[in-house]
Design a protein around this ligand. Structure first.
Ligand code: SAH
Length: 256
C-alpha cells in the first residue's frame, strides 16, 4: 500500500485478492463493451480487469492514486476527475459497463448518475455498504424497499453476489459491504415518464408510514382518480409495475 488512505474520499482499499478477482469475474465482458472503473484507487480490481479486456477507462479523483495507477497500468486510459462532475458523454462510447468498489459517501449519487445514463449502460458490478446493497435489491413489503429499489429495479435486474467484511480492507470500514450486479433489462423506455416516476416514488417513500392517499396529496387526489384500491396502501406495498401504473394515472390528464 503506497497511499495513506484519505477518509474524506471514502478510501478503503481492498486487500483480499480472491474477492477482487471474484468481483471482476462476475462482470460480463464482450469485445464491443467498454468498462469504466470508478475509484480504482491503487488498482485492486484493475489488476484483474486488465487480464480480461483492454477497453478500460479508469476515473479516479485522488492525485496520489493517479500516480500509482499510471505506473502500474501504463497502457490504460486514466482520467483524473470526480465521477460526479465528469460528463460521461464526452467519452463518446455508446455502450459500457461500470465496475467499482465505490466510495460509500457518494454511493447514492453514483446510482443516480447510473440512472441518468441507463440507456448506455449494460451492467454495473459494484461494492456498496451492505445496507445500501440490500436496499437496491429489496422486494416490496420489506422495510428496506425504497426509492432506490424501485428506480433501479425499473431498469435493471438486481442481484446480490457476495458479502464482504471489514477485514478485507485497509483501513477497515465500520460497516459490512456487499457486491451487487445490476444488469440492464429489456425495457428501453418505461410506459411512464422517468421524471414523473421519480417524483411519485420520492414523495411516496418520503412519508413511507402514511397511506399513499396522504403521502401523494400534494400532487394528486387518489380518490378522485378512482384509485381507491391502492389509496390506503403504503409505498412499500407497491411493486415497480404498480408504481409505473400509478404514475401514468396521476399524470394522464396533466399537461406538464
Ligand atoms: N477500488 C479500490 C479503491 C476503493 S476506495 C480498491 O478496491 O482498493 C474508493 C476509491 O474511490 C478511492 O480510490 C477514492 O479516491 C475514489 N473516489 C472517491 N471519491 C471519488 C469521486 N468523486 N470520483 C472518483 N473517484 C473517487
Amino acid at each position: 500500500m503506497k497511499v495513506k488512505a484519505k477518509k474524506h474520499l471514502g478510501q478503503h482499499f481492498l486487500i483480499n485478492k480472491k474477492i477482487s478477482e471474484q468481483i471482476v469475474e462476475s462482470l460480463d465482458l464482450n469485445k464491443n463493451l467498454h468498462i469504466i472503473e470508478i475509484g480504482p484507487g491503487q488498482g485492486a480490481l484493475t489488476q484483474f480487469l486488465i487480464k480480461k479486456t483492454n477497453q478500460i477507462i479508469l476515473i479516479e479523483i485522488d492525485q496520489e492514486c493517479i500516480e500509482v495507477l499510471k505506473n502500474k497500468f501504463q497502457k490504460t486510459k486514466i482520467i483524473y476527475e470526480d465521477i460526479l462532475k465528469i460528463d460521461l458523454d464526452i467519452l463518446k462510447i455508446d455502450s459500457y459497463s461500470i465496475i467499482g468498489n465505490f466510495p460509500y459517501n457518494i454511493s447514492s449519487q453514483i446510482l443516480f448518475k447510473v440512472l441518468e445514463h441507463r440507456n448506455n449502460i449494460h451492467q454495473v458490478v459494484g461494492m456498496f455498504q451492505k445496507e445500501v446493497a440490500d436496499r437496491i435489491c429489496s422486494k416490496p413489503k420489506s422495510k428496506k424497499y425504497g426509492i432506490l429499489s424501485v428506480l433501479m429495479q425499473a431498469y435493471f435486474n438486481c442481484t446480490q453476489l457476495l458479502d464482504v467484511y471489514p477485514e478485507d480492507f485497509r483501513p477497515k470500514p465500520k460497516v459490512n459491504s456487499s457486491v451487487i450486479k445490476l444488469t440492464r433489462n429489456n425495457t428501453a423506455k418505461l410506459k411512464c415518464d422517468h421524471k414523473q416516476l421519480t417524483e411519485v416514488v420520492k414523495l411516496a417513500f418520503g412519508q413511507r408510514r402514511k397511506t399513499l392517499k396522504n403521502a401523494l396529496k400534494k400532487i394528486t387526489n387518489l380518490e378522485e382518480l378512482n384509485l381507491t384500491k391502492i389509496m390506503n396502501s403504503r409505498a412499500e406495498e407497491l411493486t415497480v409495475s404498480q408504481f409505473i401504473e400509478l404514475t401514468i394515472q396521476i399524470f394522464k390528464d396533466k399537461t406538464r
